[in-house]
Design a protein around this ligand. Structure first.
Ligand code: X54
Ligand code: ZN
Length: 658
């Protein structure tokens, strides 16, 4: 199944007709540069082009009042003076004779996207629209928004397709208060937003944008606000929040559909956001959401005002929706102190609602509330409208080209195992490097030499990922590592699922990082590079396992930044299919998707499900949503406490930084 792209140049046909410094950044060029970049990078042609349509009155009334709709309906016939007059009743938005038409197209585009995803005509998709939507409210336009495109799409999906749970992820740098107001008492819609806040001094300066707005009545816990109280946030800060807040909660929520309020003003270079995360981060944010809801992901454009970073970010997002390997995120520095404060605040505010956060620190940092008051007073002192001091232009490297290796997935299988279609067999006859063959001293020599050849072809980017059935995974793992470690550039992340002894020399000199999830205590080598995660209920317990994936494996993997990932299924691991597939999918965040899966010969039943995920299909959703059991939560927390001195992305509170 493919990726939908919804765009129509009609939505470029409105603009600001008078002087208004607050609105001048919302221009038609935002849409044209985005679409043209998709065309130029040969991404648009790989998408399924879906036509726009106007949202109908009744669809708009799913969110907005009749009075508001009737009022907006009159704008096409207004004079310039009337339009200015009409605009004054709202904040930071402008009207134009054609904006009503474009606003119906923007909302209708989101509905078209929901239709083709829910009818499985496509797997996922992106709608390039303007005007944006997430600030508009029941009876008000606001923040360049006229109709709330994503809120309407959410109500539409529930009404037309009976979708029970919708996750809305708002990565725009502004708080989508319009969406929050819509669903704050609705437990069937989980709204997550991060936003520049600076202790309520940044637009729209709402008290209800802070982390303690968790939702109301039945909706308590289903509204998650992550305020950024400083500018300059980087990829590490965004990833920390995904790993330690959004993903654990999203998996516990188990949505049937995921919608993204995709604003790219959270990228480096944006005049509104003033953040420092590079466009590649959106490839990862998109990928991390793609294994939820069976891959049903609808991305709808919101903000983004730096035409260069906007176009690059849109391309990163669409290329990931298309299933291409991700770029590596170089030198992640770990979350800054302010981000850790926000992280701690959000986790403490939501610990009572989500079992995955049950063990989060119970209190926000001591001085957080006084900071808001102090800063607000300071802000009041500086005269209004003071020009931004730092006007230096941000520069960043062009994101690297992401191309798919000729072979997406290759397998080394015993002759009696049928090769899944789409997966290339690495035959014995295959040009096996005679040198490696001679080095392998094992009765399984033939298979192992083919595994080594597979690894060599991954290093040469001829093959993206691989799967091998071997007679002894520990031997195979050791051979692969021995083959790789001499090369100083190599760093291998090894994720072992299940019991069994991992040879200790394997973690020598930091060339490999081993994380082993097992159900029996192994003597703790207490090495920075060997991390045993002992789950009392073993790998069969979905919640505990996924908790270790989000709380440990993902942060460690991002910080370690390997160039190869070895996923080893130890004998009798007991891990269930769906969890195994989720892990396989999530590990493709690293090493540009170079994942080698090693399994015992008798596990041939898992060859199909594993290869489908290696080929880019979404992992099936994890049905059960019971709580991780307490001991397992404790294990992960204790490990995190011990390891976070060495691994910054494991941090979740600001107290820990010295
Ligand atoms: C879609 C969106 O979230 O990007 N809209 C952002 C609106 C920003 C308004 N800024 C007013 C500045 C006043 N000094
Ligand atoms: Zn925005």
């Amino acid at each position: 199944m493919g990726t939908a792209l919804i765009y129509d140049e009609e939505m470029t046909k409105y603009k600001l007709l008078w002087v208004d410094p607050a609105c001048k950044i919302e221009t038609p060029e935002r849409l044209t540069v985005s679409y043209e970049a998709l065309v130029r990078n040969a991404l648009a042609e790989r998408c399924i082009s879906v036509p726009v349509r106007e949202a109908t009155n009744s669809e708009i009334l799913l969110v907005h009042s009749e009075e508001y709709l009737e009022a907006v309906k009159k704008t096409p016939y207004m004079t310039l003076e009337d339009l200015k007059e009409f605009t004054l009743q709202y904040g930071d938005v402008y009207f134009h004779p054609n904006i009503y038409h474009c606003a119906k197209l923007a909302a209708g585009s989101a509905l078209q996207l929901v239709d083709c995803v829910m009818t499985e005509r496509v797997r996922n998709g992106m709608a390039l629209v303007r005007p944006p939507g997430h600030h508009s409210q029941h009876s008000a336009a606001n923040g360049f928004c006229v109709f709330n495109n994503v809120a309407i799409a959410t109500r539409y999906a529930k009404q037309k397709y009976g979708v029970k749970r919708v996750l809305i992820v708002d990565w725009d740098i502004h708080h989508g208060q319009g969406v929050q107001y819509c669903f704050e008492d609705d437990p069937s819609v989980l709204y997550f937003s991060w936003h520049r806040y600076e202790h309520q001094t940044f637009w729209p300066q709402l008290r209800e944008s802070d982390y303690d707005s968790v939702g109301k009545e039945k909706g308590a816990g289903f509204n998650i606000n992550v305020p950024w109280n400083q500018v300059g946030m980087e990829s590490s800060d965004y990833l920390s929040v995904f790993c330690h807040v959004l993903l654990p909660v999203a998996y516990e929520f188990c949505p049937d559909l995921v919608l993204v309020c995709a604003g790219f003003d959270s990228a480096i270079g944006d005049p509104e956001g003033k953040m420092c995360a590079t466009p590649e981060i959106f490839a990862h944010l998109t990928h991390l959401l793609m294994n939820l809801a069976g891959g049903k992901l609808c991305v709808v454009l919101e903000g983004g005002y730096n035409l260069t970073s906007l176009a690059q970010s849109v391309c990163q997002t669409v290329q990931t929706l298309l299933g291409d390997p991700l770029p590596r995120l170089a030198n992640l520095s770990g979350p800054c102190r302010s981000a850790l404060e926000s992280l701690q605040c959000v986790r403490s505010a939501h610990r009572q609602y989500w079992s995955c956060l049950k063990h989060a620190a119970s209190l926000p940092p001591a001085d957080i509330s006084t900071k808001r008051i102090k800063l607000a007073e300071e802000e009041a002192k500086t005269e209004v409208g003071e020009e931004e001091k730092s006007t230096e232009e941000k520069v960043w490297p062009e994101p690297p080209k992401r191309f798919s290796p000729p072979v997406r997935c290759a397998s080394v299988l015993p002759d009696d195992v049928t090769r899944p279609d789409g997966c290339k067999r690495l035959g014995a006859d295959q040009d096996v490097n005679p040198l490696t063959a001679s080095k392998l001293k094992d009765d399984d020599c033939d298979t192992l030499s083919r595994v080594i050849t597979l690894v060599e072809k991954m290093e040469q980017n001829e093959i993206c990922s691989g799967l091998a059935l071997v007679c002894d995974v520990t031997v195979a793992m050791t051979q692969v590592v021995q083959h790789l470690t001499p090369d100083p550039v190599n760093r291998v992340l090894i994720v072992c699922v299940g019991n069994g002894k991992v040879p200790s020399h394997i973690t020598r000199d930091g060339k490999t990082l081993v994380v082993q999830i097992n159900s029996e205590e192994t003597e703790d080598q207490n090495s920075k590079y060997y991390i045993p995660v002992f789950l009392k209920k073993g790998c069969s317990d979905t919640s505990g396992f996924m908790h270790a994936v989000f709380g440990l494996i993902l942060p460690l993997g991002y910080e370690y930044d390997p160039n190869l990932v070895l996923l080893v299924r130890m004998p009798d691991s007991g891990v269930c299919d769906a969890v195994w597939q989720q892990l396989t999918g999530l590990l493709q965040s690293f090493a540009k998707g170079h994942t080698l899966v090693l399994m015992q010969e008798n596990e041939k039943a898992f060859v199909g499900p594993t290869t489908s995920v290696l080929l880019g299909d979404p992992a099936p959703p994890l049905e059960n949503r019971q709580a991780p059991n307490t001991e397992d939560l404790n294990v992960v927390e204790r490990l995190r406490d011990r390891l976070q001195v060495n691994w910054n992305l494991l941090q979740t509170t600001s107290e820990c930084t010295g």
